[in-house]
Design a protein around this ligand. Structure first.
Ligand SMILES: CC(C)(COP(=O)(O)OP(=O)(O)OC[C@H]1O[C@@H](n2cnc3c(N)ncnc32)[C@H](O)[C@@H]1OP(=O)(O)O)[C@@H](O)C(=O)NCCC(=O)NCCS
Length: 150
């Protein structure tokens, strides 16, 4: 198993991973365009040449970043892969000087186990909502905001 930054060759695997979950309503869908534009955000787990998990660290504002588009293939969940990916994203965030990490998620148990706490969405700065206008759920967002101070 290796954990590494994503490259162009990984785009199709990331697209399938995220959108298979999106089809089940567990994540927001992501276009190839969005994946290309944020490819430098992404850390992934690879096992025997297969991408088995991925997640992104997206910079939002001064000392503020988001963990987004995190997914592990269904038959490899609960094996520590998601936690390890978030751990790597947190290391990268610390190196960049990020002080506050947040996520919008349905997986509160997973993020709580990594030290995130639930907060009212209104506590997040307005800049966070810039991309929501493009979301199919806008304006009825049912994701839960969680925050971790680094
Ligand atoms: C959420 C997800 C990325 C977690 O990845 P994972 O590799 O299964 O997570 P880990 O094995 O690293 O879990 C670490 C810890 O988080 C907690 N945890 C993980 N999944 C959990 C769940 N569904 N409910 C409650 N706690 C959970 C547990 O404490 C777990 O440790 P344990 O297995 O020793 O008890 C994965 O389940 C997934 O891809 N889900 C579908 C897509 C999705 O919902 N993504 C989140 C979008 S923000």
């Amino acid at each position: 198993m290796i954990y590494r930054k994503a490259t162009f060759k990984d785009v199709e695997a990331i697209h399938k991973l995220v959108n298979d979950y999106a089809d089940k309503g567990l994540m927001l869908p992501r276009s190839r365009n969005a994946i290309y534009e944020t490819l430098r955000d992404v850390v992934l787990a690879e096992d025997q040449g297969e991408v088995i998990g991925a997640g992104g660290l997206h910079l939002i504002w001064d000392e503020l970043a988001e963990i987004r588009a995190l997914a592990v293939v269904p038959d490899r969940t609960r094996g520590g892969v998601g936690g390890r990916i978030v751990g790597m994203l947190m290391d990268e965030a610390r190196e960049l000087g990020v002080k506050t990490l947040f996520t919008l998620t349905y997986q509160t148990g997973f993020f709580a186990s990594l030290g995130f706490r639930e907060v009212p969405k209104e506590e997040l700065p307005h800049k966070v909502w810039k991309e929501c206008i493009n979301c199919s759920k806008f304006p009825n967002c049912d994701e839960i905001a969680m925050v971790k101070e680094l």
